[in-house]
Design a protein around this ligand. Structure first.
Ligand code: PLP
Length: 394
């Protein structure tokens, strides 16, 4: 099996699993209890909070809230800011956000919020002038992802924050950083971020744990109300083993960052260059630069993405069309549509996402097999004239 779908989820690192094990069967005390037995689990959570604080360079570990996933972090951030201050009714996001942001915004529209959805160009780059033009005194919140899950395109968060704060210093910025954690350095202070969400299972921790950064100047109303855990910002007995595991994964990811930015990028580039060179109807759906190091999104013109994925799956190669949340539906990706990817390529677009576990041998195998797969599928395409014209042009 060759796993090139690491933007959907990642394998749990063995060291992460090892770090979690004692907290299931030995140190299983509720961290809020007062007897000595609970000290180890409450200390483990405190240490994990410190690790996540360092991972994103927050100022204070009190600014970190543990959640169950990236979607909960986004929901808590968005609804939390808006419910705390209900006076302002204008909110902004982009057309290419993950559904955990986009669908929250759509539901808020039904509850009286005016929403601006920012455009991107054909490279997937955000229109900063449009951002500048929409911020006004009524803007309560802007949500902009740090990197896109389907294309890997990185948004210029520091510039985004500067534009927002220069137009309205009270507007809060939430950054969905789920696809950058472990791939590029993160510094919430340097970037001017008010709230930021990450998800453990995207950087080799298990599914079911995430974190939300809320800077000390930002107030939120909690989404989950109950006990006093997470300083009253997220009720529910802390998931000690998973929190410990995510902190371990963050440490490992931080140590592997250089490898990610050089070796993982080199393998991604090798895969991309080979496919574009050896498959005449392949096109890169983004610009070459300004992407996280592990992701490429390639459109195979006049062929069907699902069919490509099935042929790949027969050879044990895992990748995806669209995001994990939208694949399975026949709707073309909202991200590629927003980028105006030509209709001839949008249905045949495949996202390959590597990790630090991806080997050169695996990449070579995919480079060898993909031209054969695409050739087999194009042979039965009803668009033979168009394909011949495309071949002649190459
Ligand atoms: N944000 C982005 C950019 C994502 O890619 C994902 C998951 O694919 C999420 C949020 C949601 O994360 P989770 O699956 O942990 O809820």
């Amino acid at each position: 099996m060759i796993y090139l779908d690491n933007n959907a989820t990642t394998k749990v690192d063995e060291k992460v699993l090892e770090s979690m094990m004692p907290y299931f069967t030995e140190e299983y005390a509720n961290p809020s209890s007062i007897y000595d037995f609970s000290k180890k689990s409450s200390r483990a959570i405190k240490e994990a909070r410190g690790v996540i604080k360092d991972f994103i360079n927050a100022n204070d570990e009190k600014e970190i809230i543990f959640t169950s996933c990236g979607s909960e972090s986004a929901n808590t951030a968005i609804k939390g800011v808006l419910n705390y201050n209900k006076a302002k009714k204008h909110i902004v996001t982009t057309k290419v956000e993950h559904p955990c942001v986009l669908n929250v915004y759509k539901s808020l529209e039904k509850h009286g919020y005016k929403v601006d959805y920012l455009s991107v160009n054909s490279n997937g780059d955000l229109d900063l002038e449009e951002l500048d033009s929409v911020i006004n005194p009524e803007t309560a919140l802007v949500s902009i992802m740090w990197a896109n899950n389907e294309t890997g395109v990185i948004n210029p968060i520091k510039k985004v924050s500067e534009i927002i704060k220069s137009k309205n210093p009270d507007t809060k910025l939430f950054v969905d950083a789920v696809q950058v954690a472990g791939k590029i350095p993160m510094d919430v202070q340097e970037m001017g971020i008010d709230l930021l969400g990450i998800s453990g299972h995207k950087f080799h921790a298990p599914k079911g744990v995430g974190a939300l950064y809320v800077n000390s100047k930002t107030m939120i109303t909690p989404l989950i109300i109950g006990g006093h855990q997470e300083r009253g910002k997220r009720a529910g007995t802390e998931n000690v083993p998973y929190i410990v595991g995510m902190a371990k994964a963050a440490e490992l990811a931080q140590n592997a960052l250089k490898y990610e930015l050089t070796e993982v990028k080199r393998l991604r580039d090798k895969l991309e260059t080979n496919l574009l060179k050896n498959i005449y109807n392949a096109r890169l759906n983004t610009a070459v630069t300004n992407r996280v190091p592990n992701t490429t999104n390639i459109g195979f013109e006049y062929v069907e993405g699902e069919l490509i994925l099935l042929h790949m799956s027969d050879l044990g190669i895992c990748a995806s069309s669209g995001s994990a949340c939208t694949s399975g539906s026949l709707e073309p990706s909202h991200v590629l549509r927003a980028m105006n990817v030509p209709f001839t390529a949008i249905h045949g677009s495949i996202r390959f996402s590597l990790s630090r576990y991806t080997t050169e041998k695996e990449v070579d195998f995919v480079c060898e097999k993909m031209p054969q797969i695409i050739e087999k599928i194009t042979a039965i395409s009803p668009f033979q004239d168009e394909l011949a014209a495309l071949k002649a042009r190459k």
